[in-house]
Design a protein around this ligand. Sequence first.
Ligand code: NAD
Ligand code: MG
Length: 399
Amino acid sequence: MPAVFPQQITLLGATGSIGANTLDVISRHPERYSVFALTAHRAAGRLAELCLQFSPRYAVMADRSAAKELKGLLQAGQCATTVLEGEQALCEVASASETDVVMAAIVGAAGLKPTLAAVTAGKKVLLANKEALVMSGQLFMDAVEASDCCLYPIDSEHNAIFQCLPGGFRRRPEADGIRRILLTASGGPFLNTLPEKLAAITPEEACAHPIWSMGRKISVDSATMMNKGLEVIEAHWLFGAPPDRIEVVIHPQGIVHSMVDYIDGSVLAQLGTPDMRIPIANALAWPERIASGASALDLFDIATLSFERPDFGRFPCLSLAYRALEAGGSMPAALNAANEEAVAAFLDGRLGFCRIADVIAATLERHGWPEAETLEAVLEIDAHARSVACEEICKRGMA
Ligand code: NAD
Ligand code: MG
C-alpha cells in the first residue's frame, strides 16, 4: 500500500543521540513526517523543549515524578501535549492506531516491550535498540513474521548490509548466493592502547569515541567491542546468517559501514560519512531516498581505507558474544543483561574497565537457564542474569 503523507512518528527514546538525529531528519521533511509521540526516561526539561518544538499528541516519561515535572513545564509553555507515564503507556503509543512509524531508540532491555508492541501491531519499525533483538531473538523475529510489521535496521552496519542485499531478501543468505556478511568495526578508542594501560581507563576516556558521538552505554560497548558482539547477534537474527558466516573486520576510518560477500566473488559495500542521519533517513524513506543533512563523502579527503583482523585477546567481549550466539537458547539474553549491569557499574565507578568482560564471562558460566520461548521467560532470564552479574560485580569492584 502506498504511504500516505505526512506519516505519524512515535519516537521511543527521543532525548538520546538517535532521538536527536531522528528529529533532525524529520524536521527537514515536514511534508512527509509529523511527530505523534515522544518518550524519555527522566529528562523532563529536554523532553519539554522537544514538545514545544514538535507539538506531539503524547509525551511519555518513565515514572510519575518525571511526568509531573514535564506536565508543569508544558503548562508553563502552553503546550497541548498530553503527558503519560510508565511502560504500559510506552506500549500504547508504540501500537496506537494513529502511529505509522516507530523509531525504537530506547537504550537497553527497557526498550523490549514497547518495541515488541510496535512489531505486534504491524507498524513500520526502525530498530536502533539492538539489545531488544539480542535478548529475545527468535521471539522477536517470530513476532515480525506473524505481523505485517516492516522492520528496518538503524544500526549503521545493519543498514549498510540491508542496502547491499538483493531485493526481496527472505533471510536465507545461502539461497541468495551470499558467502559472508562482513561487519565493519572502528575498533573504538582503545584499538591501539597498550594492554597494561586498559585497567585504568576512566568512563570519560571510554566514552570519547574517535568517530561516533553516541550515548554513554553504547560508547562503552564500543570501547570493549561488546557493541560489535551484540551486532553479530543482531545480524544473525536480522539476516538469518549463522555465526560462522558473520565476520568482523576492523576498519578504523568508519567509512565502509559493512559489506556483503557473494559466492561469485562480488563484495558489495555501503560507504558514507559516519553520520547516523544517513541510516535513519534511509530507513524512514525506503525505497525512496531523501536528504539526511549528512555531508557528501569526500574520498580524496579520506584517501586511505584500511582493514585488519580483530584481536580477540584484546577484546574478550567479542569472543563472549560469539560464544553466546553459538550456545543459543537464552545465552544471548544473559550476555546482554550481564553486559548492561557491568557497563552501568563501570560508568558509576564501581567496576574496573577490564573487569567488564570478567563479569560477563562469570555470569555466562553460571547461566543454566533453558530456552526462552515467551516474553515472560526472557524477562525472568534477564532479571536472574542481572542478579548474578551484580554478585560478580561486588566480588571484583575496581580490582
Ligand atoms: P542514549 O543514551 O543517548 O539515549 C537513550 C534514550 O533512551 C533516551 O531518550 C533515554 O531517555 C531513553 N531511556 C533510557 N532508559 C530508559 C528507560 N528505562 N525507560 C524509558 N526510556 C529510557 O542512547 P543512544 O546512543 O541514542 O542509543 C539508543 C539505542 O540505539 C541503543 O540501543 C544503541 O545501542 C542504539 N544505537 C545507537 C547508535 C548511536 O549512534 N547513538 C548507533 C547504533 C545503534
Ligand atoms: Mg553500529
